[in-house]
Design a protein around this ligand. Structure first.
Ligand SMILES: *Cc1c(COP(=O)(O)O)cnc(C)c1O
Length: 458
């Protein structure tokens, strides 16, 4: 056949669309996308003929693959077998059942988001979570914005424009994702007065730096690293006292938003929101999706006059959260009110899971894989809290170890499966930590592992 004949043999778009595979696809994917796919694949076929490259075995099947690749979601659920609980790259905190239901309830219809059902007049979206946020933290009032980065920008913009904020040099940190405290201060229009040294800062450093221009002291939790050795920071209560004496505000960015005491679970101390409030911080800032275990949000609690001032600032409108976030956050906080956080909120369930339970789970996984031909064993390991909280701190766990020839390639195959499975790779092993695998995902994980075995067999 000459090249010209081969060109002539290609169907027209209309002829291709009459193929029954593509009429079925049109039902599912819509005509426009299928037509676009036909054009792309016909162009590709012409180029192949020109270059003397073989055509795909079936043009209709190639169109189906092209269209399905365009329709597929890029963000999909993942089985997190890494043992990192608040895994920033894997979406931080999984939500509780109650939070999921609350989101669904407001997402699927209308709600009284900004409507007062008693008077029939316009209401405020901030009313919904504010009271509960205040109640669980012991503060006067609360406000929710898009994330903790936004909470800090809004706070500084509303409280300190053109005025000085005093910060310890050891707390001018970068949180991750390019979030740097000195740059945030500059963005918000506040003037940074850094005091002390990298390792030691005293209360007197704050006091000496206080001038007519000073409006606030800012403390930032150094979430993602630890300073050890010859170090000093003033106590929060001391800072609060000094701030009050000078008519200043004390702002405390505590980061992870722990409302439960981490030391109860064998972890190091992580600053607790309630402790900050009771030590006298005027505004306390924290994330909703780290140790709080809720949706992405930035929570601000503290004195009512200041919360009101933040709420009325124009930036608050730009940083506001949507109804589903408010619903999920409210349901998450309600679990704390009922004293049920440890049993209902996944992040805390995972932290609190007993070693014996973890051991039983990997034993069951290994049992389910017996006879699959996979070389498995059970080893001790360490889970991490993650999310830039409690660096270097781990929880003892049990791991399923899979011994395979090229572990990095196998890990990639697992990541590209559906559901995608993310495991740890160590030497010539793949490691699976039951602590972060949701019970509802266990059977899918086993199926993914079994399919590795059958792929190896062929
Ligand atoms: C994580 C963190 C932030 C940023 O919080 P996001 O909710 O991710 O925006 C800010 N400050 C501290 C101390 C943090 O740990």
């Amino acid at each position: 056949m000459t090249t010209n004949d081969r060109y002539r043999d290609l169907p027209s778009v209309d002829a291709l669309l009459k193929n029954e595979v593509l009429t079925a696809l049109t039902q599912r994917a819509g005509r426009a996308l299928v037509v676009a796919g036909c054009r792309v694949l016909l162009d590709d076929a012409r180029q192949r003929i020109g270059a003397g490259i073989p055509l795909p075995p079936s043009l209709p099947d190639a169109v189906v693959a092209w269209v399905e690749a365009r329709l597929a979601a890029t963000m999909i659920p993942v089985v997190n077998a890494t043992g990192v609980i608040v895994h920033t790259n894997l979406g931080r905190a999984p939500l509780s059942q109650a939070a999921q239901s609350a989101m669904m309830a407001v997402a699927s219809g209308y709600s009284n988001l900004e409507f007062d059902l008693e008077t029939g007049e316009r209401g405020s979206r901030y009313r919904h979570v504010a009271a509960r946020l205040a109640a669980v933290t012991g503060a006067d009032a609360g406000l929710v914005v898009n994330n903790n980065a936004a909470a800090l920008v809004l706070t500084l913009a509303a409280v300190a424009p053109g005025q000085e904020v005093v910060v310890s040099r050891s707390q001018l940190v970068e949180i991750g994702g390019g979030f740097r405290i000195p740059e945030i201060l500059a963005q918000s229009g506040a003037i940074l007065r850094e005091v002390g040294t990298t390792n030691r800062t005293y209360l007197e450093d704050f006091v000496h730096a206080t001038t007519e221009q000073t409006v606030a002291y800012l403390r930032v939790h150094t979430s993602n690293f630890r300073l050890q050795g010859f170090v000093h920071q003033p106590e929060l209560a001391e800072l609060a006292f000094a701030a009050r004496q000078h008519g200043l505000l004390l702002i405390d960015d505590v980061g992870s938003g722990a409302l439960l005491d981490c030391t109860r679970f064998g972890l190091a101390k992580e600053p607790m929101v309630q402790a900050s409030v009771s030590a006298g911080a005027d505004l306390v800032l924290f994330s909703g999706d780290k140790l709080l275990g809720g949706p992405q949000a930035g929570c601000i609690v503290g004195r009512r006059v200041w919360i009101e001032r933040l709420r009325r600032h124009p930036l608050a409108r730009a940083l506001r959260v949507d109804k589903t976030t408010l619903a999920a956050l409210d349901a998450t906080l309600q679990a704390y009110q009922r004293g049920a956080a440890e049993t209902e909120i996944p992040v805390w369930q995972m932290i609190a899971t007993a070693e014996e339970t973890l051991h039983n789970r990997v034993v069951a996984w290994r049992g389910a894989l017996a006879g699959s031909g996979l070389a498995t064993s059970i080893v001790r390991g360490e889970s991490a809290v993650g999310g830039g909280a409690l660096p270097g701190e781990t929880l003892p766990t049990w791991l399923l170890a899979l011994s395979v020839p090229r572990p990095n390639e196998v890990a990639q195959r697992l990541r590209q499966g559906r559901p995608a499975v993310v495991a740890r790779v160590a030497d010539d092993h793949l490691l699976f930590d039951p602590r972060t695998v949701l019970p509802t995902q266990e059977s899918a994980l086993i199926v993914a592992l079994q399919s590795l075995a059958s792929a190896n067999a062929t």
